[in-house]
Design a binder for this molecule. Structure first.
Ligand code: HEC
Length: 108
């Protein structure tokens, strides 16, 4: 009797673990969780590092839309990170966050 109950509890626990493992890939496909940088912090950094020359980010993004349009948000982030690293580089952390910000508002 006691044994049966602990086996049932064990099966229940395995079920919980299996559910967590099975739902993990679904969570990873959420755009908010797949970007490396912090887009909110990136917006603030853009204002400080880029806006004096590019007041409206959508304008410069339109100029490079030919390269961004067919990419996923993650690939846009990688491309933008490379670009910003070689263009008025605002430092490593700011670069990562600005790339995440611009990736999120580009590509359409
Ligand atoms: C001192 C001025 C200056 C600063 C600061 C600056 N840029 Fe630029 N940027 C330019 C100029 C000049 C060009 C090339 C001319 C153009 O296309 O407008 C350019 C081009 C670009 C382009 C390509 C668009 C195109 O027209 O081909 C992007 C994207 C870009 N900048 C993003 C950024 C980002 C992101 C930052 C902040 C990290 C930044 N820039 C900071 C002056 C600046």
């Amino acid at each position: 009797m006691r044994m049966a109950r602990s086996i049932r509890m064990l099966v229940g626990r395995i079920g919980v673990v299996a559910t967590v493992v099975l739902t993990a890939p679904a969570m990873a496909s959420d755009p908010a969780t797949t970007l490396v940088g912090d887009a909110v912090a990136g917006q603030a950094r853009y204002a400080r590092a880029c806006a004096r020359c590019h007041r409206d980010p959508t304008e410069i993004l339109q100029h490079i839309n030919w390269v961004l349009a067919d990419k996923t948000i993650e690939s846009r982030e990688v491309w933008l990170r490379d670009f910003v690293t070689n263009h008025h580089n605002p430092g490593a952390e700011a670069t990562v966050n600005i790339a995440a910000y611009l990736a999120g508002i580009s590509g359409s």
